[in-house]
Design a protein around this ligand. Structure first.
Ligand SMILES: C[S@@+](CC[C@H](N)C(=O)[O-])C[C@H]1O[C@@H](n2cnc3c(N)ncnc32)[C@H](O)[C@@H]1O
Length: 214
């Protein structure tokens, strides 16, 4: 089964704030020189056109990149088959970490968008694995935005009762105890932007974007 995560307004605004504006804030650049790697979801319509407000459409129209710099990865093969109909961009069926591991020597990542649909406890391993690999490969000037769920969609707690700051503290405390993450910070000079950007996702969970950068 595939889901269309792409075309809603909150997501569009979050990409503008946490990717385009944040990159400019960190590196004083309105476009990237290297590659953009993302967990993609569906970005094409039935006729092979770009979905309005999709990630690739937004990044192209804001001139943040050109299509050949865009590498969309998804674990779901149907999603990638649909995206390939676009005829632009680069599309791969893979687990995101395996993709980075297998292609890192051929790519020059400027942004790696870890756009997960998991709670923080499931993302710590991914974050530390990716940052450690980038550290080993001596990758610099790279921004890694990570989207994580701050509320569990299976809990029946009303959204206004969720304490995002508490969730954030638990996530950061777990991450700081992660040996791989500590090694990456120490040896690779990775830092985390102080502010977390919150937005609501299609199934009314609260998402938080944490920005890692070197
Ligand atoms: C939130 S959506 C991506 C949205 C897209 N980046 C955007 O901005 O519109 C997350 C996607 O990641 C895919 N996914 C989940 N686990 C994955 C994994 N381990 N590796 C690669 N893709 C994965 C899901 O199938 C889903 O399509």
């Amino acid at each position: 089964m595939t889901y269309n995560f792409s075309s809603y307004q909150e997501k569009y605004k979050s990409r503008e704030e946490t990717i385009i504006n944040m990159y400019d804030r960190l590196y004083h650049r309105s476009r990237i020189d290297g590659d953009y790697i993302t967990m993609s979801a569906i970005q094409a319509d039935d006729n092979g056109g770009l979905l309005p407000k999709s990630e690739l459409s937004q990044l192209l129209s804001s001139k943040f990149l050109t299509a050949d710099q865009f590498h969309g990865v998804d674990i779901d093969s149907e999603t990638i088959e649909i995206n390939k109909r676009l005829g632009i961009g680069n599309w791969y069926v893979s687990d995101i970490f395996k993709f980075i591991e297998n292609h890192i020597d051929d790519l020059n990542p400027s942004v790696i968008n870890l756009d997960t649909v998991h709670m923080g406890n499931r993302c710590s391993d991914l974050i530390s694995e990716v940052l450690l690999l980038l550290t080993e490969k001596n990758i610099k000037n790279c921004m890694v935005p990570v989207n994580i769920m701050m509320s569990n969609p299976h809990n029946k707690i009303p959204i206004h009762k969720i304490d995002v700051n508490e969730q954030k503290d638990v996530f950061l405390s777990n991450l700081s105890k992660d040996y791989g993450y500590s090694c990456a910070v120490l040896n690779g000079g990775w830092d985390m932007w102080d502010e977390v950007y919150y937005y609501s996702s299609t199934n009314s969970t609260i998402m938080g974007t944490f920005i890692f950068y070197s």
